[in-house]
Design a protein around this ligand. Structure first.
Ligand code: HEC
Ligand code: HEC
Ligand code: HEC
Ligand code: HEC
Ligand code: HEC
Length: 344
């Protein structure tokens, strides 16, 4: 899909707009301003450089307008994490605290820089594929969003409206249907009863939705599509601005716990990031839910002080130095993470 995304009609007012521009946005020539004032010019020049001007103006000049009208963004799917909360409250609470639950809010600054610099370089708004180049991992369900919603998302990102973006994330549905099913393009059904959730319980009790055992979900392979990434050359913002989002999979695969290690040493991502404990996988009054080994959904990483503390062990030993009055210190840093530390 190459056509530029359509945006709501602008209410741009001329004036000292560019002065209030976002960091990194350079003022442009007066022909852009002309295009912006005339609706006719907009239509005539659709698809050319003028389109970019039409988009950036409301973003940069009319923050107040944008804040008033844009509203908050939500998943384009009917079933979201909120619908799982009733019966899976622990999973919901844990996931909510994780970085998977704020995967757009947390990347907003970098996303904004990416969008603005790409729009300036390409002299047009970014299309669906270019935006999904980031959202495919940061908010996979946006692949089902309408063009208008993607355009609105761009406006929210460019005007730093993080609160309005909080509803976009990597949620239960993204992992338990899209990624786990191997058919991420299949839109989930609107009704819970018609949905299949893939998981690692081999013998689930009868659930109000379909369940399917997926062995892959216990393996690092499951995390790989999102945790292995370097910006492709045509998506670079500057020659030196690589978005190395996530290379933990690659580092793990080459490291002491990956497939190259002795079998006894192999540790999947889940063993460190989704610790198992005794508990119930669902809380439903109408059924007896058995105790099982259940997985934490907190996904702690470098934002978590306790995990960071466990990431390295530092040993210091000393002995008398060869010269009088000196000591020799040996500092050993042992990396306990299954991959590079820090990642990027
Ligand atoms: C293949 C999946 C993938 C793609 C595609 C991707 N990201 Fe990421 N991104 C991640 C993951 C996973 C992390 C978290 C890495 C970590 O914490 O080690 C991340 C982290 C980030 C961060 C840091 C967020 C923070 O919490 O500080 C930014 C900014 C970011 N990405 C921006 C982008 C932009 C902009 C694009 C598109 C050009 C993009 N990402 C495309 C997977 C992806
Ligand atoms: C009305 C209650 C209810 C709701 C709502 C609900 N579930 Fe479930 N779910 C269950 C029950 C009961 C089980 C079986 C638990 C067991 O056997 O221990 C289950 C099991 C699961 C499993 C494990 C499947 C397996 O075979 O490993 C997954 C994954 C799952 N649910 C995801 C979801 C998601 C995602 C949502 C929200 C979109 C959701 N559920 C909403 C009741 C519910
Ligand atoms: C042996 C335990 C262990 C294994 C196995 C492991 N991790 Fe980690 N991981 C850690 C620790 C400890 C940290 C915190 C230190 C750090 O940031 O590297 C961490 C941090 C992370 C972070 C945040 C990284 C950053 O610095 O931005 C991500 C993302 C992550 N792990 C994903 C994965 C994925 C995906 C896998 C599997 C491919 C994996 N981990 C395997 C222990 C592990
Ligand atoms: C980032 C991906 C991801 C997200 C987001 C996620 N899960 Fe999971 N979930 C997994 C994986 C992977 C497993 C299997 C872990 C294992 O067995 O080692 C799992 C396991 C489960 C199970 C099976 C029992 C267990 O504890 O192992 C249930 C039920 C479940 N998740 C429900 C949920 C619900 C409800 C949400 C949203 C509130 C959610 N998950 C969000 C990846 C995810
Ligand atoms: C659909 C894509 C997707 C899948 C699948 C996925 N993740 Fe993530 N994960 C992300 C994104 C995006 C972020 C970064 C959020 C941010 O900071 O912007 C993230 C963040 C994390 C973090 C937090 C790192 C930090 O910054 O503190 C950990 C740990 C993590 N993921 C582990 C895993 C593990 C383990 C699996 C597999 C069981 C997995 N993820 C599966 C997309 C995914």
């Amino acid at each position: 899909m190459d056509a530029p995304l359509r945006l709501p009609a602008t209410q741009g007012t001329a004036g000292a707009c560019w002065a209030a521009g976002a960091p990194g946005v350079r003022p442009r020539g007066s022909h852009f301003l002309k295009a912006r004032r005339s609706k006719k010019a907009m239509i005539l020049n659709k698809g050319t450089v003028y389109v970019a001007a039409v988009v950036l103006v409301p973003l940069i000049c009319n923050r107040a307008w944008a804040q008033g009208k844009l509203g908050t963004m939500a998943s384009p799917l009917k079933l979201t994490a909120g619908e799982c909360k009733t019966c899976h409250p622990r999973y919901y609470q844990e996931w909510k605290q994780s970085y998977h639950a704020r995967s757009v809010v947390a990347m907003q600054t970098g996303f904004k820089k990416y969008i603005i610099t790409q729009e300036l370089a390409k002299r047009r708004v970014l299309n669906r594929d270019e935006l999904m180049g980031c959202l495919g991992c940061h908010a996979p369900v946006m692949r089902f969003a309408a063009d208008e919603d993607l355009a609105r998302l761009v406006q929210l990102v460019e005007t730093d409206q993080r609160d309005a973006l909080a509803g976009l994330n990597v949620d239960c549905v993204a992992c338990h249907t899209l990624v786990a099913s191997n058919h991420p393009e299949a839109k989930s059904a609107g009704k819970l009863g018609r949905q299949v959730y893939y998981g690692t319980i081999k013998n689930p009790v009868s659930a109000p939705h379909g369940t399917q055992y997926a062995a892959k979900m216990e393996k690092s392979e499951f995390c790989k599509p999102c945790h292995s990434y370097v910006t492709p050359a045509d998506m670079k913002v500057d020659a030196d601005w690589d978005i190395v989002c996530a290379l933990t999979y690659d580092a793990w695969a080459a490291g002491p716990y990956g497939p190259k290690a002795k079998k006894a040493h192999l540790r999947e991502c889940q063993s460190c990031h989704m610790e198992k404990k005794d508990g119930k996988a669902a809380e439903v009054a109408s059924a007896t839910i058995p105790m099982r080994k259940v997985s934490s959904h907190l996904f702690p990483g470098w934002h978590d002080a306790a995990v960071l503390q466990r990431a390295v062990e530092i040993y210091v030993s000393s002995k008398r130095g060869t010269k009088i009055g000196t000591a020799e210190l040996t500092v050993t840093i042992d990396n306990k993470a299954g991959h590079r530390f820090p990642d990027t």
